[in-house]
Design a binder for this molecule. Structure first.
Ligand code: HEM
Length: 468
């Protein structure tokens, strides 16, 4: 007997199918499809049939079948044009050949240096804020995560080495991302993308050469990419180093910035939970001391808040695969050529997995309640072999931002209607405007430490001593 295809949701337009609704508001489209047809439903994006899946059982198939009956690179063709053919946008064979490099960049020992870089840049940002004022956290996080990425991946001289235009050029590439239009159309945004790529390549090539000429002077991302052997025993050519570098910045920048901004917004919107976080910081994070792995390992309330933010406001709310040979999902056999999508908008709100799923309730992850234990019930960092390699980097960065910001500042949320802005790369919140005030030093540490630090010329102690 021929197996049936999954049910099609209503509302498709002739020729375009559901593409307009998808571009306008994919969260509502996924929720509507789920309400109408259940955990497996089909839609059409132009001529392309797509299966949208919900729930741990089907999400697991999506991740575990990747690189077998499903491929990752075709769905992300629009990313490939922006960053190049590398890692998950490369062929499966090239991906597995390059994978040892990814594992080397994110191995546990390197996290120590990354966390130090986070401390330095986040404290530098806090020191620049003055005594009181207003700011948009969404914009602030976009800049802060750039500084952290620069210092963590390139080292202390990153500003000088990357130059003034690097992030402008990166933004031109990011703004060119377009999952619908052919990426080679003669449009201004694609022209700007190509110019920016040329400039970035011209910036990075001399940095690669410097590390090739003087390996003893460097221990950063580029030197790691230069020296780590691939699976086939060769090392990466310069052009691929440029693309991997850009690939990591793309995978990690807007995703982390959006998630960090939502985290702060949600904590400000939930004063009761914020109180728990502030108390945890007071008990665990000593003012003026760097946050290291030992401190991070004690921050339960903050990491639960990070997980809850990933659940209800995921930066990466959907991911894509292409069926390369027929695959059985539930009672349906999905033919080659179909696209598959996982959906945070539905999977993250299953009432049988999460109690009161619409509520921001980080305590659901406490050992007493232990909700959401199945790793495939949440898709915010992906799953399986391609699960986000930068996840710990991102979570630790958000933990250091939250710890130092809430330790040193009182904040009040001004923005009333904060909503999700859906991006082609990653989602982020609309403006998160806050009024902030630096805490008096006496609230942060004792008088003897203040005297000692001031005598030693500690720069961030000086910030707090500026007259109000
Ligand atoms: C909150 C921040 C982040 C989120 C929400 C996020 C989300 C994701 C997701 C959903 C995937 C899987 C994509 C798929 O299966 O289609 C992924 C993969 C990846 N992410 Fe992240 N990411 C974040 C931060 C980072 C950072 C900071 C880095 C690096 C500095 C990074 C590097 C990567 C890489 C290299 C992959 C591909 C892994 C592979 O194919 O094996 N990510 N990320």
């Amino acid at each position: 007997m021929e197996s049936q295809l999954p049910p099609m949701i209503s509302g498709g337009l002739p020729v375009l199918g559901h593409v307009v609704e998808m571009l306008r508001d994919r969260e509502s489209l996924f929720k509507r499809g789920h309400a109408e047809k259940g955990d497996l439903f089909a839609m059409k994006l132009g001529p392309q049939p797509v299966l949208v899946i919900t729930g741990a059982e089907y999400n697991r198939i999506f991740y575990m079948e990747t690189d077998k009956t499903l491929n990752m690179q075709d769905g992300y063709g629009f990313l490939r044009e922006a960053i190049g053919r590398v890692l998950f946008t490369a062929s499966t064979e090239d991906y597995y050949n390059q994978r040892p490099v990814l594992q080397e960049v994110f191995k546990r020992e390197r996290m120590v240096g990354y966390v130090q870089a986070m401390n330095t840049e986040i404290q530098r940002w806090l020191d620049s804020l003055g005594q009181a004022g207003e700011m948009d956290i969404t914009q602030a996080m976009l800049r802060l995560t750039q500084y952290v990425a620069g210092r963590a991946l390139i080292g202390p001289d990153y500003e000088q080495e990357l130059g003034a235009d690097f992030w402008k050029d990166y933004s031109a590439i990011s703004a060119s991302l377009d999952p619908v239009l052919p990426p080679t159309l003669p449009l201004p945004k694609f022209w700007r993308r190509d110019q920016a790529k040329k400039k970035i390549t011209a910036t990075l090539k001399p940095l690669i050469q410097a590390r090739r000429d003087h390996p003893e002077r460097y221990n950063d991302l580029i030197s790691t990419l230069l020296t780590t052997p691939l699976k086939d025993g060769t090392t990466l050519p310069d052009d691929t180093i440029v693309t991997i570098f850009m690939g990591l910045i793309f995978a990690g920048h807007e995703t982390t910035a959006g998630q960090a901004a939502w985290l702060i917004a949600l904590l400000l919107q939930h004063p009761d939970y914020q109180k728990l976080v502030r108390e945890e910081i007071k008990q665990t994070v000593a003012y003026g001391q760097p946050i290291d792995a030992a401190v991070l390992s004690k921050l339960e309330y903050i990491y639960w808040a990070i997980d809850e933010t990933t659940r209800i406001r995921p930066s990466a709310d959907t991911q894509l695969r292409t069926v390369t040979s027929p695959v059985k999902i539930g009672e349906y056999e999905i033919p080659s050529g179909w696209r598959l999508m996982v959906s945070g908008a539905t999977s993250h709100f299953m009432p049988d997995v999460y109690s009161n799923p619409e509520q921001f309730d980080p305590l659901r992850y406490s050992p007493e309640r232990g909700e959401g234990k199945n790793p495939f019930s949440i898709i915010g960092f992906g799953g399986g072999v391609h699960k986000c390699t930068g996840m710990n980097f991102a979570k630790n960065e958000m933990a250091v931002i939250t710890s130092l910001l809430f330790q040193q500042f009182d904040m009040e949320l001004i923005s009333k209607d904060i909503h999700v802005v859906t991006g082609n790369g990653a989602n982020h919140p609309s403006e998160v405007r806050v009024r902030y005030k630096r805490k008096p030093l006496t609230e942060l540490t004792d008088a003897a430490t203040i005297r000692e630090a001031a005598a030693a010329g500690c720069p961030h102690i000086r910030q707090h001593m500026t007259p109000q």
